[in-house]
Design a protein around this ligand. Sequence first.
Ligand code: ATP
Ligand code: MG
Length: 307
Amino acid sequence: MSDAFKSADEAEGALQAAIQENYTGVRVVRAFGREKYEMEKFDEKNDGYVAKVIKVSEGMSFFWSVGDAIAGLQLMLVIAFGVYRCVSGGMTVGTFTTFYSYTSMMIWPIRQLGRIITSMSKATVSANRIHEVLRVEPENMDEVNENMNLPFSSIEFRNVKFSYRDGESVLKNVSFDVGKGQTLGILGETGSGKSTIAYLLTRLYDLAEEGSEILIDGVNINNIPKSVLRSHISLVLQEPFLYSKTIKENITAPDLSVGEEELYQLAEIADIHDAVMKFTERYDTIVGERGVTLSGDRNRGLRLPGC
Ligand SMILES: Nc1ncnc2c1ncn2[C@@H]1O[C@H](COP(=O)(O)OP(=O)(O)OP(=O)(O)O)[C@@H](O)[C@H]1O
Ligand SMILES: [Mg+2]
């Protein structure tokens, strides 16, 4: 039953993922007229889920009916044998009735136990799936602290080799130097590893290969605490992400100590200050999930860069 519960749970997960994808990507689906394809995709996942749930129900109905049949059979045997003993004079009707009522009182809790054991295996499957997430080790943020001069002034990639999965090399012997005040642009095909370089620099992934290292001011970044690295390197990710909070809270999310003046300066740099000031709520405008209320605001005809 555990296996059946597990695959039903996984099928439910896949179905939920398909539903979520369809809701979040509803505009894309409609814009490209992909309704039919998406409906077929949903049906396929749904059928898969239904088949798995039916398998679970079949298993349960088999165990329960067999369990009940055996329980009934036991009572039948007790009655048959009891009647025989009463008729042949080996037992009084009173003793038989008492024995019979005790037996029937015992059988039902035992039968119930079978159902509880089935529910337990379902609970164990669910608990294991939660544990898969809880078992992941949290990132270790407090490591050896090298005395660094801040802010950093130079970056060196030395024979950097990296792969996300064994055998699928993403970066092969990448080496470059960037000195203070220099700007480096990296061009490459989709999937060539440009974003990976930025992730490695902030230690979202660690380098494991021998002889492959990233140095900041001559110090191997594996010896620089992640907290120091991440508070001194700004990363503008490829996929923009906005919290469904106010514009102000979104700007100050990485550093809550940012004051009013600095907030305006930052907005000026990002070239959104004037646009924000046109909203009635200004910096207190709620951005909405993933920024939908900003660029989707047709009434005001406003469009924020990057939103
Ligand atoms: N978390 C991950 N797990 C496994 N493979 C990944 C992961 N992230 C990226 N990859 C793979 O690593 C390779 C490099 O990805 P990366 O995102 O660095 O490319 P990119 O140069 O930034 O591409 P793009 O121009 O599309 O942004 C790709 O083949 C990608 O599929
Ligand atoms: Mg990229």
